[in-house]
Ligand binder design. Structure first.
Ligand code: SAH
Ligand code: SF4
Length: 385
């Protein structure tokens, strides 16, 4: 055990990832089973440990009350820690949205957002019909920063710092649920993987996190949505998954020419190639693909653009809906927001052509928690916990 560990949690938080410590949060049942075998204890101890990590949300080995003290001490002495990322800062918006900085053991932070009334991203897919009064949504990050470089996105300005491990992705969810005293199974929760980063450029860890959240934490994959900027090899792998979230594609433009200007990734994979890949995903009954469309004033929000989206959607011939997102401004970005009338007209144009279209309400704009604004804004003065 490193000296001083018992006395100072913040030391662990701030310390660089020490090779001597090993993180338990993030290990799946099979990995936990092999681990307990190394300590020559029966397999049921692995189930107790995963209960503690993923259902009781313990933060320290000492809290694993089903284990004898000696076993906890053996793991501790071997350098094992729970190691779930922790909320180190929280900002609350006037609309109830909360944005958190969540720190990993190397001191790096990601951002995670809690939206108590959802973000309307689920509208139109049938799931809202259940009339749940509680439709909280957590927006989860998959990378620190992002390499994709969409011109309208604040996260892009960070560049890519590093991938998150499965435990760091699932850990955001568990840390937020614990803070909110959420009862999985009793209350309804939606997860959107739409925070910092491109999930399909961190595919293995992202999917491992999904499996942990489904199999261990107990959240249904039908309550999860992953958004991608259109990473074709990722979509093709996703199409093979048995357990998977719903899929959203950041379309953001009616054609490759406009899209290349705002999303340089289009030069690698054209809209048609993305749609062809999406077509390989076997959909569940009633499931729709979401096309996200950030409206940028004068760039992609004209009536003629809406008409082109209609043609594109018809040609795609997939069960789909369009989520229109009003662009959230940020420093250093040379775009402007579409006015309300333009947004309404765009939506109307799609709807009157039979394409379901919804406007995603901006959430937590005052604390930079809204879409594309997940960048660490330390200069931000907007309030504290
Ligand atoms: N990297 C993934 C998921 C995170 S971004 C992706 O791009 O799909 C989630 C959504 O936020 C995307 O649809 C993206 O187009 C949108 N977005 C990015 N910056 C935005 C901004 N400034 N205002 C509104 N939406 C934005
Ligand atoms: Fe990355 Fe998504 Fe932002 Fe594009 S919109 S830079 S893919 S996080």
């Amino acid at each position: 055990m490193p000296p001083g560990r018992k006395n100072s949690v913040s030391l662990i938080l701030d310390a660089p990832a020490a090779s001597a410590t090993q993180t338990l949060f993030g290990l799946n049942h099979q990995q936990l089973t092999s681990l307990v075998q190394e300590f020559s204890v029966p397999e049921y101890r692995a189930r107790q440990l995963s209960d503690a990590l993923y259902r009781q949300w313990v933060e320290d080995l000492d809290e694993v009350s089903t284990w004898p003290k000696s076993l906890r001490e053996s793991l501790d002495a071997a350098g094992y820690r729970v190691g779930r990322p922790r909320i180190v800062e929280a900002f609350r918006s006037v609309d109830g949205t909360e944005r958190y900085l969540i720190a990993s053991s190397d001191g790096q932070t990601v951002e995670t957002v809690w939206m108590p009334e959802g973000d309307d991203g689920e509208e139109g897919d049938g799931s809202e019909a259940q009339n749940d009064f509680h439709r909280a949504t957590i927006c989860v990050s998959s990378q620190i920063g992002c390499a994709v470089n969409c011109q309208f996105c604040l996260t892009a300005k960070l560049g890519i710092v590093r991938n998150l491990a499965a435990g760091e992705i699932a850990g955001q969810v568990v840390s937020v649920l614990k803070r909110q005293k959420f009862e999985v199974g009793k209350q309804r929760i939606n997860l959107v993987f739409m925070g910092m980063g491109e999930p399909f450029l961190n595919y293995d860890e992202f999917m491992a996190a999904v499996r942990l959240l489904v199999e261990e934490v107990g959240i249904s994959e039908s309550r999860m949505t992953v958004s991608t900027s259109g990473i074709v090899p990722g979509i093709l792998r996703f199409a093979q998954e048995k357990t998977r979230p719903k899929l959203a594609i950041s379309l953001n433009a009616p054609n490759d020419a406009i899209r290349s200007g705002i999303m340089p990734i289009t030069r690698k994979w054209k809209i048609n190639e993305v749609i062809e890949a999406v077509r390989q995903v076997p959909l569940r009954p009633k499931e729709k693909i979401t096309f996200e469309y950030v409206l940028l004033g004068g760039v992609n929000d004209r009536v003629s653009d809406a008409d082109e989206v209609v043609r594109l959607a018809r040609k795609a011939n997939l069960p789909l809906k369009v989520n229109l997102i009003v662009w959230n401004p940020g420093p250093g970005m040379d775009f402007h927001m579409s006015d309300a009338e333009t947004v309404a007209k765009f939506q109307q144009r799609l709807r009157s052509s039979g394409i379901p279209a919804y406007i995603r309400r901006p959430r937590g704009r005052d604390i930079y928690a809204a879409c594309g604004q997940l960048k660490r804004m330390t200069e931000l003065t907007t309030l504290a916990q």
